[in-house]
Design a binder for this molecule. Sequence first.
Ligand SMILES: Cc1cc2nc3c(=O)[nH]c(=O)nc-3n(C[C@H](O)[C@H](O)[C@H](O)COP(=O)(O)O)c2cc1C
Length: 181
Amino acid sequence: MNFIEFVKTRQSVRSYTEQRVEHEKIEKCLEAARLAPSANNSQPWKFIVVDDEELKNKVAKKTFSSIVPFNRFALQAPVLIVVITEKSNVASQVGGAIKKIQFNLVDIGIAVEHFCLQAVEENLSTCILGWFNKKGVKKVLNIPKNKDVDIVITLGYPKTDTIREKKRKDIDKIRAYNKYF
Ligand SMILES: Cc1cc2nc3c(=O)[nH]c(=O)nc-3n(C[C@H](O)[C@H](O)[C@H](O)COP(=O)(O)O)c2cc1C
């Protein structure tokens, strides 16, 4: 596959088989995330791999509720990656304050996508979750209260190999050369 094919093959998968995910494959995805660029090379991230079934189910149960049930599929995923947004280094924090940008969130977005694209290479599937009970996840994993957990990634082998067509804005709606539009 060339790069654009990887990009097209990565899709949010919400249905997984029970097949165990090999640690070597998880490590490759983490290596891709580790190599991601970040503002001032701050690398403001930590990843907790949750593949102990009992613990994983406890975390998964914090990603949905009876009122907001759409992430219930997380229970099916054999692995959850809990992404901790660490504070940026001082240079990045100062730059971010001046420019009014939270660089650490930009940084984890890039790292998470690196992870997800490497997962495609490993024939694995992912879904990035941004909607979950942050306090609940932190409690289950004994993550200190002052830490931010902004993303959980589901990881596993997909139940089907079907690649959906991407629903995206037309290029003419998002691109112009040399002017705002
Ligand atoms: C920051 C972020 C948060 C997301 N949160 C959720 C979520 O909580 N639940 C979910 O099912 N999908 C979630 N998604 C997946 C998006 O819905 C999905 O990426 C988008 O619809 C495009 O579809 P695709 O990933 O299949 O290309 C999230 C994606 C991102 C980048």
